[in-house]
Design a protein around this ligand. Structure first.
Ligand SMILES: [Zn+2]
Length: 360
């Protein structure tokens, strides 16, 4: 027996007849109750407006890239009841998220805004050339072969492992904020594989991760909102209002991530060509939130170095490098603020020459 989607809030205590009928209805098909909660901001336009005004302060003028997974020729992922096709749920959530972001002054670029085929590599190339500063891929999950068919949770993926050089801590920060607010909006847990619902993509593909996260150069995360294979989740995912609630969760996560501040790093030294004997570099690390001096990490060509000094009053980071080989080098800096948010990927190219001063 198939039931119409029902919400708990539809049960009105003022009308016993309706209550009785609802009760009989629920007894009749209790296995098919589709339950979700409507955020207070959806019921109270004034509250939503206040929140949007506040978030706009942090989001206005940003550019974000949204990537609804699959679509077009790739529509094979679908729920057991045939109510939800993953590609469509991904797109619906992404479109609603675009609208919320637009309302807060964010420019949104999408890999697709309709049902069409987009190659995986093309998604990353589009994102990197779009001028966006953040890439968010939206998916829905299914268990691996032989996995638990009833399983359901919300998870957010970042690339690589904490101990890898290619790991960017800012991606974990973004993942945490999105995960917290999305899983709350859906009233899902974050699964048993992680304490906070964020996961390395190496958990799925060891050493490689998800192609869209590996290939995209701008900070990127991938959200697996819920399992379309779970009968309860599948029914909710087919409801437009629920997709909007999901999008609202992701939107709040993004907004609260930005509100916590992101350290900005700038190269202050006037030139990028240095004499081998004298490599003194200056950077500024600034944010509206105080920089955590202990969080600073400096790498030269993927090797960690510690001959640097950070002046908290001026926010100046001075790095002293000696005896670098002639040629091109990459200086990578990572810094976090007092809220734990890390800087975006920062890599400064420098060129080292032998005895530049003696060449006159
Ligand atoms: Zn997917």
């Amino acid at each position: 027996m198939k039931s119409m989607p029902r919400r708990k809030s539809e049960v009105d205590l003022k009308y016993p007849v309706i209550l009785l009928l609802s009760g009989l209805f629920l007894i009749g098909c209790s296995a098919d109750i589709t339950y979700y909660e409507i955020p207070i901001e959806f019921k109270n336009p004034q509250k939503k407006k206040e929140l949007l005004t506040n978030y706009t302060k942090y989001l206005f003028g940003k550019k974000i890239f949204l990537d609804p997974g699959h679509g077009g020729e790739d529509r094979r992922n679908q729920g057991p009841k045939g109510l939800t096709i993953e590609a469509d749920a991904n797109l619906n959530v992404a479109l609603a998220l675009r609208d919320f972001l637009n309302e807060a002054g964010v420019q949104v670029i999408m890999s697709r805004s309709e049902d069409m085929t987009v190659d995986l590599k093309a998604r990353s190339i589009m994102a990197d050339s779009s001028g966006a500063e953040l890439f968010i891929s939206i998916h829905h999950n299914a268990p691996g072969k032989g996995g638990d068919e009833g399983i359901n949770y919300t998870s957010t993926y970042y690339h690589a492992l904490e101990t890898d050089f290619e790991y960017e801590p800012c991606e974990r920060d973004i993942a945490k904020y999105i995960q917290r607010d999305l899983s709350y909006a859906m009233r899902n847990s974050g699964g048993l594989g992680s304490f906070d619902g964020t996961y390395s993509d190496y958990m799925i593909y060891p050493g490689a991760g998800f192609s869209v996260l590996r290939l995209t150069k701008i900070p990127s995360v991938l959200v697996e909102c819920g399992f379309f294979t779970n009968p309860h989740e599948e029914r909710r995912l087919a409801i437009d209002e629920f997709n909007k609630i999901q999008a609202w969760g992701i939107f709040r996560g993004i907004a609260r991530y930005y509100a916590a501040g992101i350290p900005q790093i700038k190269f202050l030294t006037a030139e990028d060509i240095f004499d081998k004997t004298e490599i003194n570099l200056e950077f500024s690390i600034s944010d509206s939130v105080q920089i955590n001096a202990k969080s600073i990490q400096v790498y030269v060509d993927s090797i960690s170095v510690n001959n640097y000094k950070f002046e908290a009053l001026t926010n100046i980071l001075s790095i002293n490098l000696a005896d670098l080989e002639e040629g091109e080098h990459i200086v990578r800096i990572i810094a976090a603020n007092g809220n734990g948010n890390h800087s975006f990927p920062f890599n400064q190219k420098i060129i080292v020459k032998e005895n530049t001063k003696n060449h006159f």
